[in-house]
Design a protein around this ligand. Structure first.
Ligand code: FAD
Length: 290
């Protein structure tokens, strides 16, 4: 089913997984994880696409499994940066053949030193979205509550977000964030400049203190001081840290739903336990409000 159609009728719960680098055991493990995630009754599961484009086959295979074996709507990510039109055509045709209707259009993170070659055919997600128009997918795109790291200003980033909608995106998923006020600001500003599509907040339960620095470096997401303090104090107590991270995510989600968010997208890092822990803490919220 088309995600934009689902969003017209209800809030969505979704999970994101990434294909294993190598096949074999990693793949089997991921398929088992997808089965577990399917048991939590998400509206869709998204599967990432490597910025280098090398695992595009894996993305399609995993999306196929989500759609046709786990029987959950699949959202296949495609990054235009490393892709040629031929690659995109091949991917689009295969996704169509497998009955996959939803694609998240992305550019991908430019590898340092290869910027020019990287975006040879699709400079931005907007170019990819336009190129995919004849395939009639439901297209989603990424957006950034704290601004994209390369963008000169938040306003310029918002204008580019609007271009994504004009090029065919009918829903957005945000970069992960830990301070909901950035999400509320993004939604307010987006509506003010005429963006009408649902903006699904992306939440990543921070259950491992080692990820703090990575998060700041990779996505520029700020971690509020009180949360950061808790993480630092309990960094040597993994079980306590896990509780803190899960409860913080739960708090964020309840606040987002109370403020009218159209759903929640959980970056679960292929960890079904994290997804299950969040879902069990929020069982009534998901049962009654989604
Ligand atoms: P763009 O939309 O091209 O934006 C990149 C920069 O260009 C921004 O600063 C933007 O303001 C600007 N810009 C956008 N459009 C235009 C335009 N038309 N003209 C001029 N400037 C413009 N990466 C992966 O490699 N694989 C994944 O599967 C993946 N999944 C993701 C899922 C989500 C929900 C999110 C939020 C991110 C994901 N990423 C993924 C990371 C993403 O690829 C990076 O954040 C990348 O740096 C930007 O991708 P984008 O699609 O937002 O690019």
């Amino acid at each position: 089913m088309r995600i934009d159609e689902i969003l017209k009728h209800k809030r969505t719960l979704s999970f994101e997984v990434f294909p294993p680098k190598k096949g074999g055991e990693g793949k089997e493990k991921l398929l088992a994880t997808i089965d577990e995630l399917a048991g939590l009754r998400p509206d869709f599961i998204s599967v990432t696409y490597g910025a280098g484009g090398s695992n595009s086959k894996n993305t399609v295979e995993i999306a196929d499994y989500i759609q046709n074996s786990a029987h959950v709507n699949a959202l296949a990510h495609i990054t235009g940066g490393p892709s040629s039109p031929e690659t995109v055509d091949g991917l689009a045709r295969t996704l169509k053949e497998r009955g996959i209707e939803n694609v998240l259009c992305l550019r991908g993170d430019k590898p340092v030193g290869y910027e020019a070659e990287y975006c040879k055919y699709f400079a931005h997600a907007t170019d990819l979205a336009e190129y995919l128009t004849p395939y009639h997918f439901t297209l989603g795109a990424a957006c950034y509550p704290e601004g994209h790291v390369e963008c000169a200003s938040l306003y310029a980033d918002l204008i580019n977000m609007k271009k994504k909608e004009e090029c065919g995106a009918t829903f957005f998923i945000t970069q992960l964030f830990y301070d909901n006020t950035y999400y509320y600001r993004l939604v307010n500003e987006a509506r003010r400049i005429g963006i009408v599509s649902p903006i699904i907040p992306g939440i990543m339960p921070l259950v491992n203190p080692k990820n703090i620095r990575r998060i700041k470096e990779m996505c520029g997401s700020a971690i509020p001081l009180n949360f950061r303090n808790m993480i630092e104090i309990y960094a040597e107590h993994p079980a306590v840290m896990e509780e803190i991270g899960l409860n913080y995510a739960v708090y964020q989600i309840i606040d987002l739903i109370a403020m009218g968010a159209p759903g929640v997208h959980l970056y679960v890092m292929n960890n079904a336990n994290t997804a299950r822990a969040v879902c069990s803490r929020l069982e009534k919220v998901f049962d009654e409000l989604f």
